[in-house]
Write a protein that binds this ligand. Structure first.
Ligand SMILES: Cc1ncc(COP(=O)(O)O)c(C=O)c1O
Length: 409
């Protein structure tokens, strides 16, 4: 008996049952822009007994979460922890702690999340210069350098993996130029952490934030952040208090630091169990092997889609492996395609965001989702849904092209 059948039967036999079906989520394959598929042991970790937020067991678990986050971020930064909140809370944490009212900031806006960074910086009281690029493109080092010369900022914010477009912002070499101008480099790696290279120390990134629900394959709810030595200096020399009490790193880090453990807010205990388990899985696999897996599945998906004439939005050298933005073919109905995938196959993919709405689909291959079985099922389902709308191609072509990539790997 399926969970849904069980609920239906209970309903028939008990008039006291209150809207029980809302408690049983349908079976889904999450192939959108996040959340991604979650490993069963991560879900099991969520169901472990809740302990107090100052319980010695939990304090030890927090230490281990910090240690593992440092490995995943590839950093030695002491101030590395999981903020209670989703990726946006990580964004706010980095910006409100490093910006004091009146500070000059440069933000790269080439998608929805660069736009969000700009708005958060503005609300933190910054004088923001937003440099812009069309959705799907990335910034050159020279463009950022030019903006720095023009605005003399204290902080430069860039999105490494723009989930709204599928573009990967090159960052290697950027920090030197930012530091030479006396500024901090803050990077959004919500979608890239755990899925492709984002070595915080090697690339000289001063502060970065992520989210649990993308390539870490944990439900949404925590935001890993890390602050390096330069960022720490800024935190310590602030004259005004941080605009947000909840996200004030001075207060939050007193709870996470082994030496103090001062109550600040009640940590989401079970979410931290889940993140602990998710990070353990990431490190058991190994970062390099994990990045290779994301890359292989991206290449198979790409080969399958291109074989039936579906084009990518981003130029080949700047494509993200975990977020595949493709153009909706002419004559194909966006909503009808996505709802057929969901209804008949349980597959969720993402619609276009912002100006890409109705123009692109976003197919996520994040963390546990990046597996051959998911790519092959998606391509087979997509072939059926596309053929059903009269899109012309030879049936089986996409699946065969993806299989060829797997067979050669
Ligand atoms: C690049 C990027 N930054 C920030 C966020 C915000 O994260 P959340 O929706 O978890 O608050 C997202 C979410 O998709 C994202 O993709």
């Amino acid at each position: 008996m399926s969970p849904q059948d069980l609920v239906a039967a209970q309903r028939q036999h008990s008039s006291e049952y209150l809207i029980p079906e809302t408690a049983v989520p349908p079976a889904r394959l999450l192939m959108g822009p996040g959340p991604s598929e979650t490993h069963s042991s991560v879900l099991a970790a969520l169901a472990r007994p809740t302990v107090g937020h100052l319980d010695p067991f939990f304090l030890q678990l927090m230490n281990e979460v910090q240690q593992m986050l440092r490995q995943v971020f590839q950093t030695a930064n002491r101030l590395t922890l999981a903020v209670s909140g989703t990726g946006s809370a990580g964004m706010e944490t980095c910006l409100v702690n490093l910006i004091s009212p009146g500070d000059r900031v440069v933000v790269g806006v080439n998608g929805v999340f660069g736009g969000r960074m700009k708005e958060v910086a503005r609300r933190a009281g910054a004088d923001v210069l937003a440099i812009e690029r069309p959705f799907g493109e990335v910034f050159t080092l020279e463009e950022v350098e030019q903006a720095i010369k023009q605005h003399a900022p204290k902080l430069v914010g860039l999105v490494h993996a723009e989930t709204s477009t599928g573009a990967r912002q090159p960052l290697d070499g950027f920090s030197q130029m930012v530091h030479d101008a006396g500024a901090l480099l803050v990077v959004d790696c919500v979608t890239s952490l755990g899925g492709c290279e984002i070595p915080i120390d090697a690339w000289g990134i001063d502060a970065a934030y992520s989210g649990t629900q993308k390539c870490l394959s944990c439900p949404p709810g925590l935001a890993p952040v890390t602050f390096g030595a330069r960022a720490m200096e800024v935190l310590q020399s602030r004259r005004s208090s941080v605009q947000s009490w909840y996200l004030d790193m001075g207060l939050v880090s007193n709870y996470w630091a082994e030496s103090s453990r001062a109550y600040h807010h009640t940590a989401p205990i079970n979410m931290n169990y889940a993140l602990h388990e998710a990070l353990r899985i990431v490190l058991l696999e190994g970062l390099e092997r994990r990045f290779e897996r994301h890359d292989l599945n991206h290449r198979a998906l790409r080969s399958g889609l291109e074989a039936i004439g579906i084009e990518f939005v981003v130029q080949a050298e700047h494509r993200l492996p975990m977020l595949n933005a493709v153009k909706i073919p002419a004559g194909v109905d966006d909503g009808a395609f996505r709802s057929r995938l969901l209804r008949e196959f349980g597959i969720e993919i993402g619609a276009g965001l912002g100006p890409m709405k109705g123009v692109t689909w976003r197919i996520g291959l994040m963390g546990e989702t990046a597996r051959p079985k998911n790519v092959l099922l998606f391509l087979a389902a997509a072939e059926q849904a596309l053929a059903g709308q009269g899109y012309r191609f030879r049936p089986g072509t996409a699946v065969a092209a993806a299989n060829e990539v797997y067979l050669k790997s």
